[in-house]
Design a protein around this ligand. Structure first.
Ligand SMILES: [Zn+2]
Ligand SMILES: [Zn+2]
Length: 223
């Protein structure tokens, strides 16, 4: 599948959830908000999780995403609608609903990750989402999927994709000499060798696609 098709498909899915989950009068706002974040894998995961499993049947649109804290690739985010606020944990692969803001948190262990031993201490530090900065969409187009083989963030590239990083030398897997060295051959000529390469790569642990591997990251240009 082409990269653009894959992004389109993901966005279409969220649009469909909006169609079914959001009341008609708010639907246009929901779509506008979605398109503001259309290049941001993390926000898209968050929106898909939110709209596909609305915490209750509130049928509301997202009005704001707040960045509370960030630890490596994990974001602690607040999500506000006109009448409710929620707490989420999100990466580019997945978003997890933690609970309604200000109330009991269903997964308090998630807060421990950010240095809060319990829900009470967390809400003492962050009594209101509005005091947190807004989560800004990344301005890089299409980095959610590998621009060559269309692997999603967290997925393995297609074997032979020039973007894949070599797990042995951290170089470019399709250019470095590691594959010949490991197989003990000069050139790769038959399917058997490819199968064997795939096997030893798997054994070593292939490096899945991350946004940073995208050649246009972080100095990418907008479309
Ligand atoms: Zn790739
Ligand atoms: Zn290598």
């Amino acid at each position: 599948m082409q990269l653009s098709e894959k992004v389109e498909k993901f966005i279409k899915e969220v649009e469909l959830f909006i169609q079914y989950g959001v009341q008609e009068s708010e639907r246009q706002d929901a779509l506008t908000f979605l398109h503001r974040y259309k290049n941001d894998a993390l926000a898209l995961q968050l929106m898909r999780t939110f709209y596909s499993s609305l915490p209750e049947t509130h049928e509301e649109t997202i009005a704001r995403i707040s960045l509370i804290q960030k630890k490596d690739d994990i974001f602690l985010l607040g999500l506000s609608t006109a009448r409710h606020s929620y707490l989420y944990l999100a990466t580019e692969q997945k978003a997890l609903f933690l609970g309604e803001y200000g109330y009991e948190i269903v997964e308090p262990e998630a807060l421990a990750l950010f240095g809060y031993p319990d829900t009470k201490e967390f809400f003492e530090k962050y009594p209101a989402l509005i005091s947190c900065e807004e989560y800004e969409p990344v301005g890089v187009t299409g980095t959610m999927f590998c621009p060559v083989c269309s692997a999603a963030v967290g997925e393995c590239h297609l074997l032979g994709c020039p973007v894949e990083v070599c797990p042995w030398c951290d170089g470019q897997l399709s250019r470095c000499g590691c594959r010949f060295e490991k197989l003990g051959v000069e050139v790769l000529e038959d399917d058997e060798e490819l199968v064997e390469l795939e096997r030893i790569l798997k054994e070593k642990g292939r490096i899945p696609y991350t946004r940073e591997q995208c050649p246009s990251y972080p100095s990418g240009t907008d479309e």
